[in-house]
Structures are given as C-alpha cells and as structure tokens.
Write a protein that binds this ligand. Structure first.
Ligand code: AMP
Length: 397
C-alpha cells in the first residue's frame, strides 16, 4: 500500500470510493453536504497533481435498479461549486459508455459515476462487477470510512485488481484511522468513554472492548434503565431490554474485576409520555413511578459526569444522554457536549462518533470544539469493537 501524500498522480486515472450518501430534499437538493466536503482534500490532491478523477459512491438504499431519488446526478452542482470546474456525469457506473468517458478524461477533469447500488452486485461484493469498476483506473483510493465495515465490491473486492503500490487510503480514511488509534492504542489516562443512545444491545461489544482500555465508562440514555432494572430497581415505563438483564450484570461484574469504573446516572428527568408536551418530574433511577419514563439524565448525574469528564485526558463519546431531539430532554446531552468541549480546551483528546452523538454535537454548534468528529457511524463502532474492517484490510493486505 502507498501513502496518498507521497504519490504523484500526474496523468493517472484514479478511481476514488467516496461516501456521498447525503440527504436530499423533495427537490433533490443536498440538505447536508458534510460528506461531500469531507472528500475534497483527496480529490483536490489528485487534481493538483494533474491526475484524472473518477468518483464512485452509493446513495440511499435503492431496491431494484435505478431510481430518480437516489441518482448521484443531484450532487453535480455541489461538486462543481466546490471544485470550481465542470463535473462529467455518467448515468451508469460500469459498461462501455461509462468506460469510454473515463478513458477520455483529461488531466484535472472529474467524472462522477452513477449510484453503485443500482446494481445488487455492489452489496453482494461481486467479483466481476468489482473488476468492471477497476477497469476505469490505474489507481484505487478508498476514502469512504462510512462504508469501510462492508465487504462490498467498491469498498473491498475492487482492491484485488490493483497491486500494492496502486491502492491506498484517501486523506479522510487516514484521518479516521489515525484518530481512532489515538483512543484505541495511545490513550492518555484517565480515559473516559461516554456511552449513550437508545439500546444497550447495539453497544455491548464496544463496552466489552472498552473494559480493556478505559478507566471510566459513563452510561446515559435509554440503555441505562436496563442496568437499573437488572439490579432490581423500579424503572416505570422506561426503555428496557428484558433479554439483556443478565448480560448487563455480567458487564458490571467484569468491570469490577478489571478495575474499570462504570458510572450509571443517579437520577433522570422523567415524563408521563414520549413527547415534548409531556409532564415532567425528577426521580432517582431505581425508583421511577409506573406510567413514567426516564428521557434524560438528571441534575445529580450531570454534576457527577461533569466532574469525571473534566479530569479526563482521553474522551470517547458515542450516543446521546437522552432524547435530545426534544427540547425538554436535551439538557443532559447539551451539558455533556459542553463539558467535553471544555475538557478539550484544557488539553484532553476527544473523539465523538456514531450518528446521533455527531448530530447532537452539531446541534449545539460544538463540532469545532472537540478534537475529532468521526464520519463513520457503524464503521467507527466496529473499529472500536476491535474488528478488522474489510475496507481497511483490502488496502493493507
Ligand atoms: P443510538 O442510535 O442507539 O445512539 O440512539 C440514539 C437515540 O436514542 C436518539 O434518537 C435518542 O432520542 C434516543 N434516546 C436517548 N435516550 C433515550 C431514552 N432515555 N429513552 C428513549 N430513547 C432515548
């Protein structure tokens, strides 16, 4: 594998797997172009070297072939604006016509291929399809961290058709891996992981991995009630995964054996319905009345979590502390976000990752106040679980 920085792409056809899976409104306009912007450094490096850029991505989840609402052509105006040039578009990602356009590309030109997932071969990791994609280029770059945990044709299988010196990570992938490794392999102590979100079942593997490397694991969000219920508490109508009660007890046990502190929220903001118009009250977490549910961490939990975060040198945050989308239940998540930003200002390294914690940090305008915001939800989780991601393995092996 080569390092993108040390390669000269002059006159080379370079196919880049980007993650352009962006949201579109009903007029097919891009409503959040964070992912397009994230791919620009890699594209600009190739153009700067006078190379020829071929971009490929998926968009949404088309079921049976082409669908207007999933066409990547809707991204052409945004790309054209950011790269300050015309963008060629091919309404197929494989086939003779598409190949002809890529073969005729001139240095500093950009071609965007149509949605890879218009072919079911993409997600099946089909070898013939991957080979056809590879025929567009001399060099393959994977810059789509968001899909690195999938063994799809364009994210992994295609790499087999390029020798080691002609395949590499893009700048975004490099940055994602480097920052994740700062937490996984080089964390400064104390290391605090903040885990939240709806379900414990989604986070079990990552919490188990964290038991080997973290000093503190802060628990918030819907998943905390499974812990209280398992310990014999009364949690009213709060979210509970009944089939995970034994498992959370064993997590608590393992943490004790390993000397890792698991911090559970002492209290909650409770509500009589899942709504911003609900009546609210405060309750300790092992005593939530019937008919009420915990929708945010309470003031005592906030104070104790703030103290732990402020004294941490490494912070990993995945998942909100409550239903932050509703004003009444957003205070816990907002305060934690602000405290992570404060700790970062004071020298801690902080990584925020996973869909909803990223949405939360954006909502509170703190994106630039943490050390790194990961673009990959599922991929980031799997990387932290210690799994070998196919998109990474395909490049380095
Ligand atoms: P996840 O995707 O697992 O990180 O979960 C994020 C979602 O969990 C967000 O949409 C939150 O609204 C939701 N959530 C957080 N806390 C709670 C809670 N106490 N009860 C129900 N849902 C919650």
């Amino acid at each position: 594998m080569s390092k993108i920085d040390s390669v000269d792409f002059k006159n080379k056809h370079v196919i880049v797997r980007v993650d352009f899976n962006v949201p579109l409104n009903e007029k097919f306009e891009v409503t959040d172009d964070t992912r397009i912007k994230a791919a620009l450094p890699t594209i600009k490096k190739i153009l700067h070297d006078r190379g020829k850029v071929i971009l490929m991505s998926h968009l949404g989840r088309p079921k049976n072939g082409p669908e207007e609402k999933f066409s990547l052509k809707h991204l052409v105006p945004n790309l054209s604006r950011y790269l300050n040039r015309d963008i060629k578009f091919s309404n197929d990602c494989i086939g003779q016509d598409a190949l002809k356009v890529s073969q005729q590309l001139q240095p500093e030109e950009v071609l965007l291929l149509e949605n890879l997932r218009f072919y079911s071969e993409e997600t099946k990791g089909d070898t013939t399809f991957a080979e056809k994609l590879s025929q567009h280029a001399d060099v393959y770059i994977n810059d789509a961290f968001g899909t690195a945990h999938r063994a799809h044709a364009s994210t992994a299988i295609i790499a087999d058709f390029f020798d080691a010196k002609n395949k590499m990570f893009g700048f975004l992938m490099e940055k994602e891996i480097e920052n994740a490794n700062k937490v996984l392999k080089e964390s400064q102590k104390p290391f605090t992981a903040i885990m939240g979100g709806a379900k414990i079942s989604d986070k079990i593997l990552i919490i188990e991995k964290l038991l080997d490397i973290a000093d503190n694991i802060i628990i918030g969000g819907g998943m905390s009630y499974t812990f209280f219920k398992a310990q014999g508490g009364k949690v009213g109508n709060s979210l509970v995964e009944e089939d995970k009660l034994d498992l959370v007890l064993s997590l608590l046990d393992k943490a004790k054996q390993k000397g890792v502190k698991i911090l559970l929220p002492e209290d909650s903001v409770i509500a009589d319905s899942f709504s911003n118009e609900a009546n609210t009250d405060a309750a300790t977490n092992n005593n939530i009345p019937d008919g009420w549910m915990g929708l945010d961490i309470g003031p005592k939990a906030i104070e104790s979590y703030k103290e732990t975060i402020r004294t941490s040198q490494t912070i990993l945050w995945n998942g909100p502390m409550g239903v932050f989308e509703m004003e009444k239940f957003s205070k816990g998540t907002e305060t934690i976000a602000k405290t992570v930003a404060e700790a970062t200002r004071n020298g801690a390294f902080s990584l925020v990752g996973g869909g909803d914690s990223v949405a939360a940090i954006n909502k509170f305008s703190l994106t630039n106040e943490v050390s790194y915001v990961s673009t990959g939800g599922g991929a980031m989780l799997e990387y932290f679980e210690g799994k070998q991601l196919p998109g990474i393995a395909a490049i380095i092996h």
